[in-house]
Design a binder for this molecule. Structure first.
Ligand code: AMP
Length: 210
């Protein structure tokens, strides 16, 4: 099964992606992670992407679509994959439909008022785990692998404001796009814990796998 994970920055896409990957064996493809790896490696794509990411803007569509197309050309995705952070606008969704078949779009819906605090308090690990400072009790290392936690450069109030603006203007219309295709499954994360959100998603995935 090929899945798109949709949700505002801070909705918990990364956390859910790790849980889904573990249980359903779907290859997790995050465009944000691909850009960050390129920035770390000092590649030309990384240099280009950094200026957009730091400004809270989307990296140009041509670059992003090409990266995803190349990634989906690899054999390891034959058993199914999950796109996290792509598509981010209607153009990317239409391009994706030209080179891939998406079965399901999981939309994680979250109260907007929670997002700023969630993102600015986020601490992440290179292994993919993500925490909120309020639950760390001062710990500075990942509970899963022991590596040091850090704050993403774009998780600061100014950039987050721009990212949320970009999300509502460009990405939110994808909810309707996938609804019209009959592929949308929305989970209202509201007051649910990440585990409870995952239980709802897992139930839906199991139903569809059967
Ligand atoms: P994320 O880790 O998904 O929050 O992505 C971090 C940043 O990478 C975003 O704020 C964008 O600047 C950039 N980015 C990630 N995915 C895309 C995409 N599909 N299209 C354009 N830019 C993207």
């Amino acid at each position: 099964m090929n899945v798109v994970l949709l949700g505002a920055p801070g909705a918990g896409k990364g956390t859910q992606a790790s849980l889904i990957e573990e249980k359903f064996d779907l290859v997790h493809i995050s465009t944000g992670d691909i850009f960050r790896a390129n920035i770390k490696g000092g590649t030309p794509i990384g240099k280009l992407a950094k200026s957009y990411i730091d400004a809270g803007k989307l990296v140009p569509d041509e670059v992003t679509c090409e990266i995803v197309k190349d990634r989906l050309a690899k054999g390891d995705i034959a058993g199914g994959y999950m796109l996290d952070g792509f598509p981010r606008n209607i153009f990317q969704a239409e391009e994706l439909d030209k080179f891939a078949h998406i079965d399901l779009c999981i939309n994680i819906d979250v109260d907007i008022s929670l997002l700023m605090d969630r993102i600015c308090g986020r601490r992440v690990c290179a292994c993919g785990e993500s925490y909120h400072v309020s639950t760390l009790n001062g710990a500075t290392e990942c509970k899963k692998c022991g590596k040091p936690l850090y704050q993403r450069e774009d998780d600061n109030p100014e950039t987050v404001g721009k990212r949320l603006d970009t999300y509502f203007k460009q990405t939110a219309p994808l909810v309707e796009y996938y609804e019209k295709q009959g592929k949308l499954f929305t989970v209202e994360s509201g007051k649910l814990s990440p585990k409870e959100v995952f239980a709802v998603i897992a139930e839906e995935l199991e139903r569809r796998v059967k």
